[in-house]
Design a protein. Structure first.
Length: 344
């Protein structure tokens, strides 16, 4: 096996990084890159032996976040000593390099100095953030990829064309800014009184958001779905007029939207989006073509939603944009793994 991927978890419907880890495996298979993997939540202690063996052999390690370096520390030391010839590709997402304690910050600085380690940022913005914090340029920028194959289930299934439908799917935390969307919709309902806003996902903000909806008397318009299946997610994308997630950069908590694969998922269905304008979101969204970027204030969200609902988006252009992020179209990343002294 030439490649060995290490991740905390992988699978659809578990989050952005977990989804990317799932499609990283599909990507390796598609490009016939011989691999093995270790998923902490799936393999647990039973897979540790494979990791130890991998440390002692010549491999390319793909670490889905930099803190997985702990699983290959033996191999890294042996590599630096010239005993083995492993290489390490570390994926950078954003949150995991922000607001680190002194110990973790120093470890990342040391790792960043190694010529055996290659850093891949999930967006240009995160690459620049990493450089500003650790003084090293990333080796490659690779946006998260998924399966964007358009099938019949991706077609628009709206039955009531007069009823506007908005959709969000996310972990419900403050920086996702769902509360501002709800407040913005209050005045928009005077124009679209039958509008429905479906919110999928759970998180610490769920009860606060439900209380907000109740206080604004919007319970008939805002529906909380909780966690939903992949088929259910597909359904809500397919009936939506607009996907909304104007996330913010929470500086105090060190939380940023590194890219936002959900915007690409919505675009798969020809659905335009409203995103934030920080982190990698402006790289995921072509402003005025696949959606609009918002500064995240209630007034600007209101303005962008109203504008988007009236805008004549070209569905074919939106779907074409999404197709660029299909795992089967990542030949340049495959070449990167085979070159730059990464392939053994």
């Amino acid at each position: 096996m030439d490649y060995f991927m290490i991740t905390t978890d992988q699978g659809l419907g578990k989050g952005g990084i977990q989804t990317w880890a799932y499609y990283m495996i599909q990507f390796l298979k598609h490009y016939n890159l011989s691999y093995n993997s270790y998923c902490i939540k799936e393999d647990g202690l039973s897979g540790i032996l494979n990791v130890i063996k991998a440390n002692l052999s010549s491999r390319v390690f793909i670490l889905m976040d930099w803190q997985k370096i702990i699983f290959v520390i033996i191999g890294l030391v042996l590599t630096c000593s010239g005993i083995v010839k492993s290489k390490y590709v570390i994926i950078l997402h954003g949150n995991e390099i922000l607001n680190l304690n002194a110990l973790k910050r120093n470890i990342l600085r040391i790792v960043s100095r190694s010529r055996h380690v290659f850093f891949v940022a999930n967006s240009k913005s995160i690459g620049e953030l990493y450089t500003s914090l650790y003084g090293r340029d990333v080796d490659y920028i690779c946006n998260p990829f998924i399966d964007t194959k358009i099938t019949e289930k991706n077609s628009n299934n709206k039955t009531n064309r007069n009823e506007k439908v908005l959709f969000s799917i996310t972990r419900l935390v403050k920086r996702k800014n769902i509360s501002s969307v709800i407040i913005a919709l209050k005045s928009i309902l005077s124009i679209y009184p039958s509008m429905k806003y479906y919110i999928a996902g759970n998180g610490p903000e769920l009860n606060n958001l439900k209380d907000l909806v109740k206080s604004l008397s919007m319970s008939d318009n805002v529906i909380f779905l909780g966690n939903i299946s992949e088929d259910e997610k597909s359904h809500y994308y397919s009936i939506s007029d607009l996907f909304v997630l104007p996330s913010l950069f929470d500086h105090s908590d060190g939380s940023i939207e590194g890219f936002g694969i959900v915007f690409i998922e919505a675009n798969m269905y020809g659905v335009p989006v409203i995103s934030g304008n920080t982190g990698g979101m402006p790289e995921a969204v072509l402003d005025g073509i696949t959606g609009f970027c918002s500064e995240g204030s209630v007034e600007d969200i209101k303005k962008k939603i109203e504008r988007a609902l009236k805008h004549n988006f070209n569905r074919n252009e939106i779907v074409k944009h999404a197709a660029k992020f299909d795992y089967k179209n990542q030949i340049l990343f495959a070449e990167f793994l085979k070159s730059k002294s990464v392939l053994l």
